[in-house]
Design a protein around this ligand. Structure first.
Ligand code: PMP
Length: 326
């Protein structure tokens, strides 16, 4: 692992090579390891795709220096793109549904980006449409579109997965990750399935979210508080490949809230709701492997803790469940 002890020339060089840490509350025979993505400079896993998408688009000539990227985003991707954009001489504009965390929107603005809000009730689909409309009006503007851009999953195939592989000497039995765009899960699934076609791949979503419709299940759509994962409209997602996924775990907000508190109090992990959902699903998979109910080529179960709870303190993540605004 790179230690970053040598002087670096740009914050972009600090993206990735995050620590992989054991979740203590997981079985000895099937330990869960989580990649701590808040160690990135923009404090989330999305710095990886911000850097990767912009660098590749500039290399290919899809984007020119001095050009503009316009992205519909819940926040972390905006921060990740904004960190990279400033360093790569690209302007950034984000279209964000109002319900998403105010802290994230403040950080995007601080990083020099413009933020345009859309009504919460119009959903992410509307934010995506708005982004494309603005791009058409602006010269040299492109929409990276993380929900359909293969570069999103490729960032995880080229960085997140190999880092985990190296840390665990290739011994990975199951990959578990919450799906927002599903870029994280798809990139890791492709990498580890190439290494071993029996690697178990498990998607995670909040209860009330509709990813299970991809597997032909009927889902009761409900609002949920868990932030950064889940969907109410599987049509807007072009990355999720059901053929790569063994099962999808739907985790209720109440359990997520309790696990966020437990991870902080017992494990010193100040991680947000999607990380807590991942921890719960990964531990369930691990217990299944230990008990012989789940087939996997190895006991090690890996997941990601995508960002930190600090980013959501204003939403009351550590207050009583009813006070958590989600
Ligand atoms: N957790 C958080 C906090 C996120 O912001 C995101 C991205 N929306 C995810 C998890 C899911 O990552 P992906 O988009 O790669 O599925």
């Amino acid at each position: 692992m790179t230690t970053h002890r040598e002087p670096l020339q740009s914050v972009l060089e600090t993206i990735g090579e995050t620590p992989l840490v054991r979740v203590h509350d997981s079985p000895a025979e099937a330990p869960v390891y989580a990649k701590l993505e808040s160690f990135n400079p923009g404090a989330s896993i999305k710095d990886r795709i911000g850097k990767h998408m912009l660098e590749r688009m500039l290399e290919r000539g899809d984007l020119e220096p001095g050009g503009t990227v316009i992205e519909p985003t819940a926040g972390n991707t905006g921060i990740g793109i904004a960190v990279a954009a400033e360093q790569l001489d690209v302007n950034a504009v984000f279209v964000v549904p109002e319900r998403f965390s105010v802290e994230k929107q403040q950080l995007m603005r601080a990083l020099g980006a413009d933020v345009i809000n859309t009504p919460t009730e119009d959903g992410m689909g509307f934010a995506i449409e708005r982004a494309h409309e603005i791009a058409e009006e602006l010269d040299g503007a492109v929409v990276p579109q993380q929900f359909s851009n293969p570069l999103n999953a490729e960032a995880h195939y080229e960085t997140t997965a190999p880092e985990i592989d190296e840390a665990l000497d290739g011994e990975v039995g199951a990959v578990v990750a919450g799906c927002g765009t599903a870029g994280t899960l798809m990139g890791m699934a492709r990498y580890f399935r190439e290494r071993d076609p029996d690697t178990r791949v498990v998607a995670v979503e909040p209860a009330g979210s509709a990813y299970r419709e991809f597997l032909g299940e009927d889902v009761e759509h409900e609002p949920y508080k868990t932030e950064g994962i889940g969907t109410h409209d599987i049509e807007t997602n072009e990355l999720f490949d059901p053929d790569l996924v063994d099962e999808i775990h739907a985790i209720p907000d109440r359990e997520v809230h309790e696990e966020m508190g437990r991870l902080a109090a017992e494990e010193g992990q100040l991680v947000a709701s999607s990380a807590a959902a991942n921890a719960l699903a990964a531990k369930r998979v691990a217990r299944g492997i230990r008990d012989g109910d789940v087939d996997a080529p190895h006991g090690n179960v890996v997941t990601v803790f995508a960002d930190s709870s600090e980013r959501y303190l204003s939403k009351g993540v550590y207050r009583d469940f009813e006070e958590w605004e989600g």
